[in-house]
Design a protein around this ligand. Structure first.
Ligand SMILES: [Zn+2]
Length: 447
């Protein structure tokens, strides 16, 4: 008793007392603290630099039921900042070691590790969590989890989001001395896709600059990497993991830098530029994780208003922290009510899948289609594909139970903005000439 009381002492100040800044549903008291520990289920996506911090912070914030998912194994180069890992852990799955270490240190917390790709889990897995916290470093993975969380969102007849179907997300990200923390309440605040423009395309140097007017050490390195290598090696592919190749690039870059009087070409900078390595800084992870854990606690307990809705941290020159309120994209394909398709009752599922591929806003190939949790057609695994193949020749109208309009979920490969990525979205399908009526369930096609 003594131990657990002292651990929750600070938390109690937030959860046991009323306040002026609390959310509308906040009911202070020991029950709230106990319920938070007992019932709140939080998924942490990623067990790297940010994920390690998040697991520790959430466990120390009173959450007792955590899951963590990560597909990577521990590498030596992780050890400087992914502080839950030791030298003897190298080669082991990050999720498993991270879960074990936090459980050893914080009594009463249960962390379930999942060593797999985020795409390997069924939607049901994600729907079980109250809050999803993201500690990722890739845009594609964020996009995917965002689409999953938004797919649970339902809209009522007036296109207002149903609050009970909202799956809150807290997203953190760091890059060197900079980072962000954001709260995504699908349907209320912008989802990841609403503000995808926040992630600019990767800066590439124009080739003419590299070839003619290099001004920085990086220009000289990219010249050696992108131009000189091919000139000299003719068809032999450059392997960034081959130290001899890297040495060659370094020597060429150094020669060129001397020619133009440019300082600063080193072997480690050469590696950094060629492999596009952005230095990871432990303190930035700690700051961003703290913000994310606090927002998670606020969403779960209502003990204070949540961040609205995007915090940026910049420690490059001095320290700047700022919160910006971004707006939703009303036409967002992911968190909105869904693109409306008005089709004839005769359109087969096969034809519909082709329409998705050609639709300029979707460009969705290899689509799998589900309706109210029922698989109408699945591209994979083979056994499901075979089971659902016969549906392809049937009219979608029949497969959806002959109702006038409804929401369906599709998953596939999207190539919007020339970026190929697995994608999941909600669509509304309406059938021409079918009145708004109650579905005749007797006519529903079972499977
Ligand atoms: Zn959106």
């Amino acid at each position: 008793m003594g131990d657990s009381t002292s651990r929750s002492r600070d938390l109690d100040k937030l959860l046991l007392r009323p306040g002026n800044l609390v959310g509308p549903s906040f009911e202070p008291g020991p029950e709230l603290r106990d319920d938070l520990g007992e019932y709140a289920r939080v998924l942490v996506v990623g067990a790297g630099g940010l994920g390690c911090e998040l697991l520790k912070d959430l466990a120390l914030s009173g959450f007792k039921n955590l899951d963590v998912i990560d597909m990577d194994r521990i590498e030596v180069t992780n050890l400087n900042r992914q502080f839950l890992f030791r030298l003897e852990d190298v080669g082991k799955p990050k999720s498993e070691v991270a879960a074990k270490r936090v459980m050893e240190r914080v009594s009463g917390v249960n962390i379930v590790p999942h060593f797999c790709r985020i795409e390997d889990k069924e939607l049901d897995f994600y729907s079980d969590f109250n809050i999803i916290v993201l500690g990722l470093d890739s845009i594609e993975a964020r996009s995917y989890i965002n689409a999953v969380a938004c797919s649970f969102l339902e809209y009522d007849g007036d296109d207002n989001p149903k609050e009970e179907t909202m799956k809150p997300m807290v997203d953190g990200g760091t890059e060197g001395f900079q980072g962000h923390a954001r709260v995504i309440l699908p349907g209320l605040t912008p989802c990841f896709e609403c503000t995808i423009w926040l992630f600019p395309p990767q800066v590439k140097f124009p080739l003419c600059t590299l070839a003619e007017t290099p001004r920085t050490a990086a220009h000289c390195i990219e010249y050696a990497h992108l131009i000189k290598w091919d000139e000299v090696h003719r068809g032999k592919a450059f392997d960034p993991d081959d130290p001899e190749h890297m040495q060659w690039i370094y020597r060429e870059a150094d020669k060129r830098a001397k020619l133009f009087g440019i300082p600063g070409v080193t072997y480690s900078l050469t590696q950094g530029v060629v492999k596009n390595i952005i230095p990871a800084i432990a303190s930035t992870n700690a700051i961003i994780s703290a913000a994310c854990a606090l927002e998670t606690l606020k969403i779960a307990s209502g003990c204070s208003k949540t961040l609205s809705n995007y915090l940026t941290y910049n420690g490059v020159e001095g320290v700047h922290i700022e919160a910006t309120e971004f707006m939703r994209d009303k036409d967002c394909l992911v968190c909105g009510p869904g693109v409306l398709f008005e089709i004839d009752t005769t359109v087969t599922l096969q034809k519909f899948i082709e329409i998705l591929k050609e639709h300029p806003k979707l460009l969705l190939s290899k689509a799998s289609v589900t309706h109210r949790g029922k698989n109408l057609y699945m591209q994979a695994p083979p056994v499901l594909e075979e089971m659902t193949r016969s549906n392809l020749s049937m009219p979608l109208f029949d497969l959806m139970g002959k109702i006038s309009r409804d929401t369906i979920h599709v998953a596939g490969m999207s190539s919007i903005n020339n970026m190929k990525a697995s994608s999941m979205m909600k669509l509304r399908v309406g059938f021409k000439g079918v009145g708004e009526g109650v579905a005749d369930m007797d006519m529903a096609v079972g499977a």
